[in-house]
Design a protein around this ligand. Structure first.
Ligand code: FES
Length: 119
């Protein structure tokens, strides 16, 4: 079981989950306003440690569009299969205009992932 540390709090999580769902499973209200489809970037995280060396093309494309490539990662585009420590960028309690965190992401990565090396 990987150790997932969110804002300094350690949790043991089931291996192979989408990181956004693993974070949510620890009780943290991380945003996923596009439902985990690499469109909104509200599932963004800063990695303290354990950043994967690969990313999906969809993640690269939307982070490039938002000018955030190299600064944050998208937790909806990452599988939690090893120890990671992250700090979510958007939490429900900090976003006054949100009624909820967003539609529930599917259990597997959407859109169908095309894996590339992290630029
Ligand atoms: S980009 Fe929207 S949930 Fe990840």
């Amino acid at each position: 079981m990987p150790k997932l540390t969110v804002n300094g709090v350690e949790n043991q999580v089931e291996s192979g989950q989408r990181l956004v769902l693993a974070i949510e499973g620890t009780g943290v209200n991380i945003g996923h306003r596009c439902g985990g489809n690499a469109k909104c970037t509200t599932c963004r995280v800063n990695f303290v440690s354990g950043e994967p060396a690969t990313m999906t093309e969809a993640e690269r494309d939307v982070l490039t569009e938002k000018g955030a490539l190299g600064e944050v990662r998208l937790s909806c585009q990452i599988i939690c299969d090893h120890d990671m420590s992250v700090e979510p960028g958007f939490l429900l309690e900090n976003e006054e205009e949100w009624d909820d965190t967003g539609p529930t992401p599917e259990t597997s990565i959407t859109p169908d992932p095309v894996w590339i090396s992290k630029p």
